[in-house]
Design a protein around this ligand. Sequence first.
Ligand code: B4P
Length: 189
Amino acid sequence: MINLIIFGPPGSGKGTQAQKIVELFDLTHISTGDLFRYEIGNDTPLGMKAKEYMNKGELVPDEVTIGMLENRLNQSNNPNGYIFDGVPRTIAQAEAVNQIMTDRGTEITHLIALDVPDDEIVKRLLERGKTSNRPDDQSEEIIRRRIVEYNAKTSPVFNFYAESGLSNKIDGVGSLDEIFARIKDCLES
Ligand code: B4P
């Protein structure tokens, strides 16, 4: 069973690579960003709450995120495993994910972090913003705010899993296939 956290700053290629990994290993893809965008698209109370934070480039509060994640996992039981894309983004979320997995009789098996310089992130997200209709991809100021949030609140999650020997960092710059090959090497080694 593979329970992989695909990790890295906004725009590092998490969602992009997650789609390829899911296909190869027949995993269930859990993207909290996609779950929030679904809620926003349906004008739900949870979506309205999340939107306040996402549009400013801030993280959605932990209690909202963790509750939504638990609901999503309760709807699924994939014996091959899961890919966690964009979650955990704080230490509190990492502790919650570990507890949820323990309750299910399993555990996180890998964390793979995609290393991408800030200027490349800004370039990628402004490019995506031309077609994505995502308010958080529209301005460099908001994208830089997301990077600040990542450095302050999310990057410590790498060391949290490194303590159990689960964290790996790979170069996230290159073609999609090159990066996918690096991820496969990591999962198979
Ligand atoms: P997410 O939806 O997770 O979005 P993201 O950080 O922008 O990354 P994503 O995975 O979508 O993009 P990717 O790097 O693949 O989060 C959005 C917001 O939701 C957060 O800011 C936060 O407010 C909220 N949120 C979500 N989860 C949360 C949580 N757990 N707790 C609190 N808040 C939460 O790709 C980016 C672009 O780069 C794409 O256009 C892609 O085509 C391009 N790209 C990818 N790989 C490339 C490569 N190798 N070369 C060139 N371009 C590449």
